[in-house]
Design a protein around this ligand. Structure first.
Ligand SMILES: [Fe+2]
Ligand SMILES: [Fe+2]
Length: 292
C-alpha cells in the first residue's frame, strides 16, 4: 500500500522542500512604498520619480518597458518624471509591481541560466500580453495580463535558486535527451515551473487573475478560471518563440494549445495564424529597442 507511484513521491518531496524554505522572498518593500505614493493623487511626479529613481535597476527597466514598441506609447520617454506623466499613476504602479516582484527572484547568470535573456523574455511576454489584450478588445485585462506575462516563468527562477542541483538535472535532460522542459521538470521534481510559480503566487497572495496564467500558461485548456488572460499569456509566450525573439525556451519547441482559438474567439486556426504573423515586426522592434 505504501508503493506510491514515483512521480507522486517526487511531487511530495518537492512540495515539502518548498514548504520548508524559510527565506522564500516576501513581497518587496518598494512595492508598498511606491504603490502607496501612486495611490495618493496629491503626490507630485517629482517626489515619485525621486523615490523610484533611488533604484537604478528599477529605473532602467521602467524606461525600457515604456519605450518598447510593444507597449504602444507614441512618444519617447527619457525620464522617469515624463514616464509618470505619459503613463499615469495606475500604469506606473503596475510596471513597478511587476518589475519588483520579478526582481525578488533574480538569480545570477551561470552556464545553465542567463538572467538577462530571462528578463528580456519576461519583458517581451509581459508587454505582448498587454498588447494582445487590447488588440482583441479586452481592455479590462490589459494591465493584469502585463503583470502575469512578466511573471509567467517565475517558477523557473525558483527552481534555479532553491533547487539548484535539480535545475541542472532538468537542463541536462533537456539538452542530452532532447526532452520537453515540462517533461524534464516532471521527471525530476514531479512538478513543473508552472506549478512552482503558482505556489509562490499563492504565497504572495496574488489575485487569481495572476495565479491562473502563471499556473497554466503552457496548457491554458486546463485553467478552470480566468481562461481569457491565461490564453493571452500562452499566445504571447508562444509568439515570443515563434518569432524567435527573446527566446528563453529550453529544448524542443513550445506547442500551441489550440483551445485558445475558441477562448479568444478566433474563427479558425488560419485566422489565429494570421494574427500571429502580424506581430512579427512588433516583436523584432521590441527586442531591438531593449537590446540598444
Ligand atoms: Fe513557461
Ligand atoms: Fe515563457
Amino acid at each position: 500500500m505504501n508503493d506510491k507511484p514515483e512521480h507522486i513521491k517526487k511531487k511530495e518531496e518537492t512540495l515539502n522542500f518548498l514548504n520548508k524554505i524559510k527565506n522564500l522572498p516576501m513581497i518587496p518593500k518598494v512595492i508598498f512604498n511606491v504603490t502607496k505614493m501612486l495611490e495618493d493623487p496629491t503626490m507630485s511626479t517629482y517626489a515619485l520619480s525621486s523615490e523610484i529613481g533611488k533604484d537604478q535597476g528599477l529605473t532602467a527597466k521602467v524606461l525600457s518597458i515604456a519605450n518598447s514598441p510593444m507597449y504602444g506609447l507614441q512618444r519617447k520617454v527619457t525620464s522617469l518624471e515624463f514616464a509618470i506623466v505619459v503613463l499615469g499613476y495606475k500604469e506606473m504602479s503596475d510596471i513597478v509591481t511587476a518589475i519588483s516582484l520579478a526582481d525578488t527572484m533574480k538569480v545570477t547568470t551561470d552556464k545553465y541560466f542567463n538572467q538577462e535573456e530571462f528578463w528580456l523574455h519576461s519583458l517581451v511576454v509581459g508587454t505582448a500580453s498587454k498588447n494582445i489584450s487590447h488588440n482583441l478588445g479586452h481592455l479590462d485585462i490589459g494591465s493584469d495580463a502585463f503583470v502575469a506575462g512578466i511573471l509567467h516563468d517565475i517558477g523557473i527562477q525558483i527552481i534555479h535558486k532553491f533547487l539548484h542541483p535539480k535545475f541542472i538535472e532538468i537542463i541536462e535532460l533537456v539538452k542530452k535527451e532532447n526532452m520537453f522542459l515540462l517533461d524534464a521538470e516532471l521527471n525530476v521534481l514531479g512538478l513543473t515551473h508552472q506549478d512552482i510559480g503558482g505556489y509562490l503566487a499563492v504565497k504572495w497572495n496574488l489575485p487569481e487573475t495572476l495565479i491562473s496564467p502563471i499556473s497554466y500558461h503552457h496548457q491554458p485548456a486546463n485553467a478552470q478560471t480566468y481562461k481569457t488572460i491565461t490564453a493571452i499569456v500562452h499566445l504571447a509566450d508562444y509568439m515570443a518563440q515563434f518569432h524567435k525573439m527573446g527566446s528563453f525556451n529550453y529544448g524542443p519547441e513550445l506547442t500551441l494549445d489550440e483551445s485558445i482559438i475558441e477562448t479568444l474567439k478566433f474563427s479558425n486556426i488560419e485566422e489565429l495564424g494570421e494574427f500571429i504573423l502580424n506581430y512579427k515586426d512588433l516583436y523584432s522592434q521590441t527586442i531591438a529597442s531593449v537590446r540598444l
